[in-house]
Design a protein around this ligand. Structure first.
Ligand code: F6P
Length: 338
C-alpha cells in the first residue's frame, strides 16, 4: 500500500564518488514523478544542521548525469556525531516538514541516518531514511557494488596504462598507490586490469619477499624488463615499498600516488545506470512506507535491506581474483610484455 509522502530531502555525505549526481537526479526526478516535493540539502549533514537547503525541481538536475563530484557538495560532519548536532538537524527536518530523507554515501552516512531517524522517533517525530551506497572503495558490506567504483577503476587503469608506456621505454619498475581506505577491491580489480606484476592488498598479510621480490624475479627470468606494482593504500605506503625495492632488489623504481584523481571524472555507464536504478528505488521504498532501509545490489539485483541489519553485514572479499592475478602474471616466457 502506498504511503502519503509529501516532501523528502536528499543529501550526499562522506567522500564523493562519480555517479552521486546521477543518484541525486534519479531521486529528484522519481520524487516529481510520484508527486513528491524534493529538497536538496547541501554539504551533507552540516546542511541540515545549518539550514543549508534549496527546493529542487526537474531542472535542478538537468545535465548532471554525466558530471563527477556532487552538485549538493559533501562533507564529513563532526557536529552531527553528537546528539546535540542531530537535535539541530531534526529541528530543520521538522521545519521543512520532511517525511523522508535519502542519504547518499558510505557506511558512516548510513550510521548517521539511522541515528537521526531513531532520535526523531524518540522525539515523537517520524522520519524515514533510506541510504544509497556510493564510494569508490566498494567496501560496504551489504552491497556487492557501490556507486563510483567502476569509474575509479577505469580512471586508475587509464593512468597506469600511461605509466606503463614510460616504464617500458626506460625498462623501469613502477610502484603505484591506489585508494580504497581499508579495503583492497580497487587495487585488486585495477591490478588484474593492467596486468600488474604484483598487487598488495590489506586483505592478505604482506610478505615483501613472497609478494614482490619473488614476483619481480620471476618476471625478470621470463624476459620482462619493466614491472608494475600496485599497492592498496590500506596495505602500505608506495613510497616505503619503493624504497625496499631499491634497497633489496637493486631496481630504481618510480613511485606514483594516484590520490584524489580517482575520485573525479565523468561516471561510467555502469555507475550512471546503477545510480539511476538505486535513486529510483530509494523513492519507491519511501512511497511504499518502508523506512530505515539501504538500497543495495546483490547478484546484480537491486534490493532494499533493513538499515540496522545492513550495517552489520559483511561481504566476502573475492580472493579467487587474487589467484587469477597470480596465474596470469607469474608464469614465464613473455619477452617484453607484462
Ligand atoms: O572513501 C573514499 C576515499 O577516497 C578513500 O579511498 C580514501 O582513503 C579517503 O576517501 C580519502 O579521504 P579524503 O577525501 O578525506 O582525503
Amino acid at each position: 500500500m502506498e504511503k502519503q509522502v509529501k516532501r523528502i530531502g536528499v543529501l550526499t555525505s562522506g567522500g564523493d564518488a562519480p555517479g552521486m549526481n546521477a543518484a541525486v537526479r534519479a531521486v529528484v526526478r522519481t520524487a516529481i514523478y510520484k508527486g513528491i516535493e524534493c529538497v536538496g540539502i547541501r554539504r551533507g549533514w552540516n546542511g541540515l544542521i545549518n539550514s543549508d537547503f534549496f527546493p529542487m525541481n526537474a531542472g535542478s538536475v538537468s545535465h548532471i548525469i554525466d558530471k563527477g563530484g556532487t552538485i549538493l557538495y559533501t562533507a564529513r560532519s563532526e557536529e552531527f556525531r553528537e546528539p546535540s548536532g542531530r537535535a539541530k538537524a531534526l529541528d530543520v527536518c521538522k521545519l521543512l516538514g520532511l517525511d523522508g530523507l535519502v542519504a547518499i554515501g558510505g557506511d558512516g552516512t548510513f550510521r548517521g541516518a539511522l541515528a537521526l531517524s531513531r532520535q526523531a522517533a524518540e522525539a515523537g517525530h517520524s522520519l524515514q531514511v533510506v541510504g544509497i551506497p556510493a564510494t569508490i572503495d566498494n567496501d560496504i558490506g551489504c552491497s556487492h557494488y557501490t556507486i563510483g567504483f567502476d569509474t575509479a577503476c577505469n580512471t586508475a587503469v587509464e593512468c597506469i596504462d600511461k605509466l606503463r608506456d614510460t616504464m617500458q621505454s626506460h625498462e623501469r619498475c613502477s610502484v603505484v598507490e591506489v585508494m580504497g581506505r581499508h579495503a583492497g577491491y580497487l587495487a585488486l580489480y585495477v591490478g588484474i586490469a593492467v596486468g600488474a606484476t604484483a598487487v598488495l592488498i590489506p586483505e592478505r598479510t604482506v610478505d615483501f619477499e613472497r609478494d614482490i621480490a619473488e614476483k619481480i624475479r620471476r618476471a625478470r627470468l621470463a624476459g620482462t624488463t619493466h614491472f608494475m606494482v600496485v599497492v592498496a593504500e590500506g596495505a602500505g605506503s608506495a613510497v616505503e615499498i619503493g624504497n625496499r625495492i631499491r634497497e633489496e632488489i637493486g631496481l630504481d623504481p618510480r613511485v606514483t600516488v594516484l590520490g584524489h584523481i580517482q575520485r573525479g571524472g565523468s561516471p561510467t555507464a555502469r555507475d550512471r545506470e546503477t545510480a539511476s536504478r538505486m535513486g529510483y528505488e530509494a523513492v519507491m521504498v519511501l512511497t511504499a512506507g518502508r523506512g530505515n532501509r539501504v538500497i543495495a545490489t546483490q547478484d546484480g539485483r537491486i534490493v532494499d535491506l533493513d538499515m540496522e541489519e545492513a550495517l552489520q553485514m559483511k561481504k566476502s572479499f573475492p580472493m579467487d581474483r587474487y589467484q587469477i592475478l597470480e596465474a596470469l602474471t607469474s608464469t614465464g616466457n613473455r619477452s617484453e610484455g607484462d
